[in-house]
Design a protein around this ligand. Sequence first.
Ligand SMILES: [Zn+2]
Length: 178
Amino acid sequence: MVNPFLNICMKLRISLLSLIVVVLYNLKLYKSLKGFAVKMNFDIKALARKALDARNKSYSPYSHFRVGAALLCKDGKIYIGANIENAAYAPTNCAERTAFFSAVMDGQSDFAAIFISGGAADMPDEFCPPCGVCRQVMREFCNPEEFRIFLVKSEQEVAEYRLCELLPMGFGPDNLER
Ligand SMILES: [Zn+2]
């Protein structure tokens, strides 16, 4: 005859195991759903093209280093920006911030990704990463784990990063809430 105490233990173990399986399954499902919600589908080549074309709007008579940016909002709208230099140098604005500030002025606050292209040549021969100031502006408006930064050399040559990779341990609005 089976010891009743052992019998209960066995049953409890089985139900505990099923509970763990159910929890793990739901956690996986939740994560994939969350990933789906976060990951927007968009045309990487088309946005890379927009960043490359935005370089034509650059005002860079001093450095001749033309930068273009295409900022994608979560509602699908795209804002472009280019670097705008100044004879006094310090007032110069980067392409990324030009795009961000245009979008914010238009009432946007949810951003999915930015495409950045820059260089002195007609076609960039290097990836052009955003400067520290622009990374900080992105941190103000974007979730560092989600916001995607695409560096563009051509429509075919694109390198993707998350903001948290380019600005680890960044200081943002949430730090002031504590
Ligand atoms: Zn910048």
